[in-house]
Design a protein around this ligand. Structure first.
Ligand code: ADP
Ligand code: MG
Ligand code: ZN
Length: 625
């Protein structure tokens, strides 16, 4: 849709559009407008409807045809003609265009019956006078809300706007959540309670009021909360913390009140508050006095949670990826006193997630999902769901009926590195240089003891990288030892050394590698106690100074002298690794050339290809000494 081509009247901002169908208020507004016009019309009606020019009035007067006048206001006169004149009208009105001090004496001279009118304060007139103001104020208020909420939320000012999901509609259960066994185990109790609350309350058991799901984005926290509702068969009210935070003070608090009210009415049910940190940040921290509105909202939430009895059968589940910034009051007993960690999936769980999501698409037979699972360390459930979808898109683009392993791998690479810029024209020289650089990274995998095996090496540019060599962890491990880190540094240096050996100089393409290697070396010295000089000591603590809004700042907590020693240690690790890497690649220059040349022709090689090429079988084990 291109708004530019529309006629100007359609270019009104969206939030200015009134939604008459949905909103009774708007209907009322319209009706009162109509009523006002009718009233106006009626009030005019009961006065005289023939208006004559003042000059005509004067000539009537001079001819003695006026029988009576009623002077309404200083400038309006209702008159009655004497029946003798027998015109088309006998009553009329006229306006005095200027202050006429002869008029009164003239009227008396002609024997006209003069009456005055009291300044009429009839009900109709009061309404008439107030109505425009009422409407004006009403309209102003209405517009304010339009701007404030935008679109269709305009009339639910202060309401919670919680989205209600009935379990019957979505029917998400634990079976839809792959892995996360610990979290499921913890939440089973909540499910049991929601199903049969009496079983627990009879025995006096305490049920947690609030459960806080903690985990990185996309790890399935929302999914998990829905699954709890689905398992228990209760309604699910979903609202995000950021929905509470509004421009106007007091709105957030009233939304909280409304949300809990809804929960109470629909018990047993689940109230799910996503992004709790948006409202639940520590009070009083931050620049210049903090945010009154947010604090009010948070206070209201605390009050509501306290005023809640678990017996009502309402359980509050909240989600956050920043439990560290939450106000401690939220985590006190009786509030979110139970925390459930939702982790990034490990390889086995990734496989399970991929299987769940690939059920919705036709997979080519015998696709090795495990291979994809292995090649996606660090990806969240949401990433994996996205990966499967991308793979289906690739398949559809090729008019393929099924989704193959290649599609899945392409989707994975796309997600990791951005879309392959296959169409970009690369000079032969650049391609050769990239091939040697990547071959350097790749070859080291076959000459080091403590590395993960190579997954594949490619010189197809992706994102900002000219090429890449990807290793594939054999088993999931969360901590790495010193040997692994040292070998990792060498692999990172492989590209640089290969350039140096082949061309006698290096390129700017090594920047990222150098950063990575230096970073590992620095952390080995300052955080992980892996240097010769410093053992069990940590430098450069991360600090959270409360007065500058919880921003993480690095604190230099060591002397200049120590700083020099740290630098020396880092340089030593890097120098030694560089020498070792240089030796390996020089000793195996023929293999480096083989891989590079093959890369130039094939662009992508995997582990099998390389082993075949350089004629090594299980180098690692064979070389163990
Ligand atoms: P969060 O709320 O933690 O950010 P979501 O619950 O919104 O994450 O997850 C987004 C999507 O990712 C889900 O709708 C689901 O498709 C997928 N997903 C995440 N974790 C899992 C899982 N463990 N099993 C199956 N699908 C998952
Ligand atoms: Mg979520
Ligand atoms: Zn590199």
């Amino acid at each position: 849709m291109n708004n530019e081509n529309k006629p100007p009247e359609n270019k009104e901002p969206n939030n200015m559009k009134f939604n008459f169908n949905k909103n009774k208020f708007a209907l009322f507004f319209l009706l009162s407008l109509v009523v006002m016009f009718v009233l106006l019309f009626m009030v005019n009606e009961n006065s005289v409807d023939v208006e004559i020019p003042y000059s005509v009035f004067l000539s009537y007067l001079e001819q003695g045809e006026i029988e009576a006048v009623k002077i309404l206001d200083s400038n309006e006169i209702n008159g009655t003609l004497s029946s003798a004149s027998g015109g088309e009208y006998t009553v009329f009105k006229t306006r005095i265009p200027y202050y006429d001090d002869h008029l009164m004496s003239q009227l008396r001279e002609m024997g006209v019956k003069i009456t005055g009118a009291p300044k009429a304060v009839s009900v109709g007139q009061v309404i008439l006078e107030l109505l425009p103001w009422l409407l004006f104020v009403g309209f102003f208020w209405f517009m304010l809300r339009q701007f404030q909420g935008g679109g269709n939320k305009a009339f639910s000012f202060g309401k919670s706007r919680a989205k209600k999901y009935h379990s019957e509609l979505e029917n998400i259960t634990f079976a839809d959540v792959a892995g996360q066994d610990e979290a499921k185990y913890e939440l089973t109790e909540v499910v049991e309670f929601l199903k049969t609350p009496t079983k627990f309350t009879n025995i006096g058991a305490k049920i947690p009021k609030g459960v806080l799901l903690v985990g990185m984005p996309g790890t399935g926290k929302t999914l998990m909360a829905k699954a709890v509702a689905g398992e228990a068969g209760v309604p699910f009210f979903h609202m995000s913390g950021s929905d509470f935070v509004e421009m106007f003070v007091g709105v957030g608090a009233s939304r909280v009140r409304d949300l809990f009210e809804q929960g109470r009415k629909n018990a047993p049910c689940i109230i799910f508050i996503d992004e709790l940190d948006a409202v639940g940040r520590t009070r009083g921290a931050g620049y210049g006095g903090g945010n009154d509105e947010r604090e009010q909202t948070l206070n209201q939430m605390l009050v509501e949670m306290d005023g809640f009895d678990t017996k009502t059968g309402v359980i509050i589940i909240a989600a956050t990826n920043r439990p560290d910034v939450l106000d401690p009051a939220l985590l006190r007993p009786g509030r979110f006193d139970r925390q459930v960690v939702v982790d990034l999936p490990d390889v086995r769980e990734r496989e399970a997630i991929l299987i769940i999501h690939s059920k919705k698409i036709p997979l080519t037979k015998n696709v090795d999902i495990n291979r994809i699972a292995k090649a996606t360390p660090g990806m969240s459930g949401a990433d994996l769901a996205n990966l499967v979808n991308e793979a289906a898109l690739f398949a559809a683009r090729e008019d393929s009926k099924t989704v193959s392993l290649e599609h899945l791998e392409e989707a994975r690479d796309k997600l990791l590195m951005g879309i392959a810029r296959k169409s970009k024209i690369i000079s032969v020289e650049d391609k050769r240089a990239t091939a040697y650089h990547e071959a350097g990274h790749a070859l080291l995998h076959y000459h080091l003891q403590h590395t993960d095996p190579l997954h594949k090496v490619t010189i197809i540019p992706r994102g900002r990288a000219m090429g890449m060599a990807i290793s594939l962890p054999e088993k999931e491990s969360y901590s790495k030892d010193k040997s692994w880190l040292l070998d990792r540094i060498k692999i990172t240096m492989g590209g640089y050394i290969a350039e140096e050996i082949i061309y006698g100089q290096t390129t700017t393409g090594t920047q990222n590698d150098i950063q990575q290697a230096t970073n590992i070396a620095r952390r080995m010295v300052t955080e992980w106690g892996m240097s010769d000089t410093f053992k069990f000591i940590s430098f450069g603590q991360e600090e959270e100074p409360i007065f500058i809004g919880k921003e993480i700042a690095r604190h230099k907590d060591y002397s200049e002298e120590t700083a020099k020693k740290i630098d020396t240690e880092i340089a030593m690790i890097l120098d030694e690794s560089l020498a070792a890497t240089r030796k390996i690649l020089t000793d195996n220059l023929d293999q480096l050339k083989l891989i590079a040349e093959e890369l130039i022709s094939k662009e992508t090689l995997d582990d099998k290809d390389i082993k075949l090429l350089i004629g090594i079988e299980d180098t690692k084990k064979g070389k163990a000494e």
